[in-house]
Design a protein around this ligand. Structure first.
Ligand code: GUN
Length: 289
């Protein structure tokens, strides 16, 4: 069993980014990322903090805009419009999920597609489906594809099963796997899929993105399959330092002995997401010239 080391691959992506940042600097360009956080969800705060810290570490221009939990939809919209017009900002990310009074779809549609480094805007969703390389691919599935590539996993002709159909992971992941750079045969499974275990057992590649701890069990995975675990779930554990542990969507201890390759949680897909965000921000800065 090969453990796919997301920290190592993410470090490699960051190294590539550093070289591009240095080249842009010679032309007087500093890629800029704005991260908007509405409310005080603890997990979102941690994610936003690490995104902004990574930018600072790499010498990118970054801006963190924090709005209170009772901010109105119009207030968030006004922030997005200001950032759309700001030439120092090449990438805009509004951390999801926002509080319920915010119409998230409308916020995403208000972001200039050329600054949509999350790849959530309908223009970028369409570009992904069209395999138009000028679009932005959502960071987490882009990170998963890079992990498969670096681990030397053959996707062409492989049976891939994506569990989960979200716009952030499941749907874009399915498009990437079936695309011309990958050529997998893709099944998208979800909560209403009949005999999910049977569907999963067909897979050479399983991508688990359902958001339920230890959902993928050993009986659902074929011997020699590759498993990519996108889940980040908090489970209570009185013996853990903070009273909880982070586990994936895959029952790692039971599944890993059967796998050809598997990503751990933490240290698998997670570190890739920020690396791909930085990479998308650099791409946005280049395309803006
Ligand atoms: N919340 C969890 N993942 C993401 C992401 O990739 N982008 C944004 N904007 N919010 C998230």
């Amino acid at each position: 069993m090969k453990l796919i080391d997301g920290k190592q691959v993410a470090a490699q992506v960051i190294e590539e980014c550093k070289q591009e940042i240095a080249q842009l600097k010679e032309q007087g360009i500093a890629p800029g990322l704005a991260v908007v956080l509405v409310g005080d969800d603890p997990a979102s705060k941690v994610y936003v903090g690490s995104k902004v810290r990574k930018c600072a570490e790499l010498g990118l221009h970054s801006e963190k805009i924090e709005l209170p939990a009772d901010a109105t939809h119009e207030e968030v919209l006004a922030v997005v419009e200001r950032l759309n017009a700001d030439e120092k900002i090449h990438g805009i990310l509004v951390q999801s999920p926002p509080p319920p009074q915010i119409d998230e779809d409308a916020i995403v549609r208000a972001i200039d597609p050329a600054k949509d480094v999350d790849g959530f805007h309908p223009v970028n969703v369409a570009k992904l489906a069209l395999e138009d390389a000028t679009g932005f691919v959502p960071c987490t599935p882009a990170g998963c594809m890079r992990l498969l590539k670096e681990a030397g996993i053959e996707t062409s002709g492989a049976e891939a099963v994506v569990i989960g159909r979200s716009m952030i992971v499941g749907k874009p992941m399915a498009l990437l796997l079936m695309g011309k750079d990958s050529n997998a045969t893709v099944t998208v499974a979800h909560s209403r899929t009949k005999d999910l275990a049977e569907v999963c057992r067909r897979a050479d590649i399983v991508v688990a993105a359902i958001g339920r701890p230890n959902f993928v069990t050993a009986d659902m995975v074929k011997d020699g399959a590759t498993v990519i675990d996108v889940g980040i779930n908090r489970v209570e554990d009185a013996s853990a330092p903070r009273g909880y542990r982070i586990v994936g969507d895959v029952d790692f201890d039971a599944v890993s002995p059967k796998c050809a390759a598997i990503t751990p949680v933490p240290g698998g897909v997670g570190p890739m997401t920020i690396a791909m965000l930085i990479s998308n921000t650099i791409k946005a800065a280049k395309l803006a010239q």
